[in-house]
Design a protein around this ligand. Structure first.
Ligand code: KE4
Length: 445
């Protein structure tokens, strides 16, 4: 209820949660912001619910404008691996802000964060900071085209790399197709330079290279996909991509905006021992403030202006506050015990959710990598976008709304991943599992 202390957990079950302030604020927001939001998924359209207007976060909890508190499994879509308002990050920001918020000039901070990233991900011999994952992917694509002198890109159905035109493209029917615009405003000519393959389908990639010889600049892939829900690469998929790219004179780009520093300090490329030519980063490296980055082989990165001719720029690139939050976050993540703690939390949640599904006789398929997890409402294992789209999104919507009622803020889409943070306690996970058991049983009754 209003004014309920943020830490006022455990939740009282079945308590009616008023949403009148969120409804009022959403109505007002829709007057000024398209759909009332600044990013579509926040509108809760996929789950037919009123978006909760959040006023505060602390640790694993968030509180909305009606005073309802929730255990948060969105965590700002990944950046908050240490939880909300982490004390050391807030203190570092407070100190940095007192010295100015932006200079549009070089600072030693950017070099420090770049050096930390290059040490964590050795494939990244040089780095350029931007302000979002979209900018990182967009710039990496431009650079790959310049380096190879080729126009075409191969991406994968179900993978998302931000909203730049070249990558807002989906496959036609079936796989290994010419791209079609995923949004009005993306021109057919732009989409024609993007080829779409099937995730975990190396043959579809072979067919595209054979069908468009000497014209593919790069293959861009989420090494562990998390935008169709979490889908692991099949054994040999990533190494196969690397072989095919090299054999055809194309670059391999890992989009690690989600997986970077999430699944391991060295990202998915550390787990799978693959050295991509370029990598995109975001989210965690900004500690909750706007940062993206792209980087990779020195011979490629030297082409970026002003050392080379590939133009890319940004008023707030390498912003001192954002970089301070990133440095502080990565310094904390350097403690190797942290990824074991995150693994244990993820395992506890996965076990509990699987048991709840079993108790409720609800066929679910749960995919997890460390603190990244998706509950698929499907009895089959999800290995690609076609399988992901077969999930029962209506039942997912009921699950989401039921969990929200129970004070669990689950990602509002079947095709997103849930994020645990270091701040999620065993108590949080126990409350979450109990809520899931109750909600899944209600759905089945
Ligand atoms: P941003 O431009 O949103 O910072 O990053 C784009 C991006 C690039 N690459 C990957 C693998 C990504 O997942 C993203 C963005 N992730 C989504 C969540 N799946 C952001 C949430 C949103 O769009 O509001």
């Amino acid at each position: 209820m209003p004014g309920k202390p943020l830490h006022g957990l455990p939740h009282r079950y079945n308590e009616m949660r008023t949403t009148k302030n969120s409804e009022r604020l959403f109505k007002l927001a829709r007057r000024y912001l398209p759909g009332g939001v600044d990013s579509p998924v926040r509108a809760f359209g996929a789950v037919e619910s009123i978006p909760r207007f959040i006023v505060e976060g602390n640790g694993s909890k968030i509180r909305d404008a009606d005073g309802n508190s929730y255990i948060d499994y969105v965590c700002s879509w990944g950046p908050l691996i240490l939880g909300h308002a982490e004390r050391r990050i807030v203190e570092a920001l407070r100190h940095a802000a007192g010295k100015g918020t932006s200079f549009g000039a070089v600072t030693e901070l950017e070099t420090r964060l770049a050096a930390m990233i290059c040490k964590a991900l050795p494939s990244m011999e040089m780095v350029r900071f931007v302000s979002s994952g979209t900018e990182a992917a967009m710039s990496a694509i431009r650079l790959a085209r310049a380096f190879t002198g080729r126009d075409r890109i191969i991406k994968f159905a179900g993978c998302y790399h931000g909203h730049c035109d070249s990558l807002l493209v989906s496959g036609g029917s079936g796989m290994a197709t010419l791209g079609i615009p995923d949004s009005p405003g993306v021109t057919a000519s732009t989409a024609r330079d993007t080829l779409v393959a099937g995730y975990n389908d190396l043959d579809s990639v072979r067919r595209l290279f054979a069908g468009y010889p000497d014209s593919v600049a790069a293959v861009i892939v989420e090494p562990i996909a998390a935008n169709m829900g979490l889908v692991h690469p099949a054994s040999g998929f990533l190494s196969g991509l690397q072989r095919l790219a090299r054999a055809n004179g194309a670059l391999l780009i890992f989009d690690e905006v989600i997986t970077g520093f999430r699944v391991a300090y060295g990202g998915a490329q550390q787990l799978y021992k693959i050295r991509p030519d370029l990598t995109c980063l975001g989210k965690i490296i900004g500690g909750g403030l706007p940062v993206g980055a792209y980087g990779g082989r020195r011979d490629i990165m030297q082409m970026v202006a002003p050392s080379g001719k590939v133009y890319q720029a940004g008023t707030l690139s390498g912003n001192p506050l954002a970089v301070t939050a990133g440095i502080t976050t990565l310094e904390i993540l350097r403690d190797p015990s942290i990824y074991k703690q995150l693994e244990d939390k993820g395992d506890l949640l996965q076990e509990g959710l699987a048991a709840s599904a079993c108790d409720a006789c609800m066929p679910l398929s749960i995919a997890r990598q460390g603190s990244l997890l998706t509950v698929f409402f499907s009895a089959q294992a999800i290995t690609d976008y076609t399988a992901a789209r077969s999930c029962d999104t209506a039942v997912f919507g009921r699950f989401f709304r039921g969990m929200l009622e129970q004070g669990i803020y689950w990602p509002p889409s079947q095709f997103e991943a849930a994020f645990l943070s270091l701040a999620h306690s065993r108590q949080d996970i126990s409350v979450t599992v109990k809520a899931a058991r109750q909600v899944l049983k209600q759905i089945q009754d």
